[in-house]
Ligand binder design. Structure first.
Ligand code: ZN
Length: 454
């Protein structure tokens, strides 16, 4: 009996000290992040390069810059060639409407991928569309007119990503659908979660369209004003002028950074973000923040001498915004080379205060990952929900792969997303660093306790 008691005591002590060790280690990771703010410093380097549209020299410069930094830290790096589309905005867009002989300017931006208007611009009456059901019911009313999509993001969603998802069709497919009904141009309400004067760009498609009509977004504030003016005057005329253009595709790169594991170097734990951005801001949140989160995981582990058993791989994906080309190439090469990913993480939801993670994993592993919550709750990480990891890593999705997406607070994200407000001044260094430390802690724990499905 005495022996049994002693044995139990030893077990309890062992368990408690493992727990204490984890608590201490995790504390150190957060301390390093908050003290050094290395990710934030790197984000400044990245955003100082400027906007990083796919195919631009700034996008390539960003890749070269971070390859140099990773090399100087002693990691293995290599580039993966990716063919990307190139679209240029041209001159600043002009858009206004006239009603009762008066002119009202709007803040506008061409949508990514749009064709230009004729050189002298395009003038036509508008038809306001507030739902896709309404669009379906139109019969000839759009002939020769400009379709004005005014579908707000539903403010009642708690995660603004769902609100975005519910409204994004007007941007992505608005031109295709309107052109089928005879429209000659498209104006959409910006996908922004508040009423503000900033236009938000983003990608659009012409797939399935007989003719390509130009598309712009106006600010939510201008959309509200235009809607009111239209209610008073159904004959008001809208003018839009853009000179954007799709150029030939060019070659760019994904950047891959490896830190070889000490015991199982062939098993890959991947962290990632995308290095390309839209051009109105400098892609500080989307996805400079996520790229720095992913990269800083390596820095935080290294600074604390926590080499993983498995290989830590950071991927800076190219061209998430305009077709996921980098992710496609990475997935194809990984398949060809039989790369053994065991965990894949992505951060592409901004650099705001992290609230938790979304996880896709087999049930047995899922339960064990959820057991880690107690270790992260002191840092405000509460949400451990089922869900995808992100758009780029979705290309290497497998049922038995552990996939994790960082879930920062989303309330402000769509006020900056794809707009001139997506700049470093709108990233809080502490909030950003909390995200990096959270991913580093997770990577450390998942590797230590072998919480990999394969
Ligand atoms: Zn993004």
């Amino acid at each position: 009996m005495k022996r049994l008691l002693t044995f139990s005591f030893v077990l309890v002590v062992l368990f408690a000290s493992a727990q204490e060790n984890d608590e201490t280690t995790i504390r150190k990771l957060y301390n390093t992040a908050l003290n050094d703010q290395q990710g934030y410093k790197w984000l400044k380097v990245l955003t100082d390069i400027g906007p990083r549209m796919s195919g631009s020299k700034e996008a390539d410069e960003a890749i070269a810059t971070f390859q140099n930094i990773a090399d100087s830290l002693g990691f293995e790096t290599y580039l993966q060639k990716v063919k990307v589309p190139r679209w240029v905005r041209g001159e600043k867009e002009v858009a206004y409407y006239t009603s009762d002989g008066k002119t009202f300017q709007t803040n506008a931006t061409a949508l990514g991928g749009s064709v230009a208007t004729p050189a002298e611009g395009l003038t036509a009456p508008i038809v306001e569309i507030t739902s896709f059901d309404q669009l379906d019911s139109l019969n000839g009313e759009l002939n020769g007119k400009i379709a004005f999509y005014n579908i707000p993001m539903d403010p009642t969603y708690i995660s603004t990503f769902f609100a975005y998802g519910s409204a994004v069709k007007q941007r992505w497919a608005g031109a295709v659908e309107a052109s089928k009904k005879g429209a000659i141009g498209v104006v959409i309400r910006s996908l922004s979660s508040s009423v503000n004067p900033y236009p938000h760009t983003g990608s659009m498609t012409y797939n399935g369209a007989d003719k390509k009509i130009p598309a712009i977004a106006i600010s939510t504030l201008d959309a509200e004003k235009l809607s009111k003016a239209y209610a008073r005057d159904k004959n008001l005329e809208f003018f839009m002028k853009t000179s954007c253009e799709r150029k030939d595709s060019v070659y760019s790169h994904n950047l891959i950074v490896d830190w070889k594991g000490s015991e199982k170097p062939d098993e890959i734990i991947l962290t990632s973000g995308h290095i390309d951005s839209w051009d109105l801001g400098t892609g500080a949140h989307d996805d400079g923040a996520g790229s720095m989160h992913a990269f800083e995981v390596a820095y935080l582990l290294m600074e604390n001498k926590l080499r993983l058993k498995r290989t830590l791989r950071i991927v800076f994906f190219m061209n998430e915004e305009f077709g996921l080309d980098g992710a496609d190439v990475y997935a194809k090469k990984s398949k060809d080379e039989a790369v053994n990913h065991v965990i894949a993480m992505e951060s592409d939801a901004g650099g705001f205060t992290p609230r938790g993670i979304s996880i896709s994993a087999p049930d047995s592993i899922m339960a064990k990952i959820k057991d880690l919550r107690g270790l992260l709750e002191p840092y405000g990480i509460h949400q451990f929900s089922r869900g995808g990891g992100g758009a780029d890593i979705s290309k290497i999705y497998a049922e038995d792969l552990v996939m994790i997406g960082l879930r920062p607070d989303s309330h402000r994200y769509f006020e900056v997303h794809h707009s001139a407000r997506d700049v470093l001044a709108n990233v809080n260094a502490r909030e950003l660093e909390m995200g990096s430390a959270t991913l580093a802690a997770l990577v450390y724990l998942l590797d230590k306790y072998d919480l990999t499905a394969r």
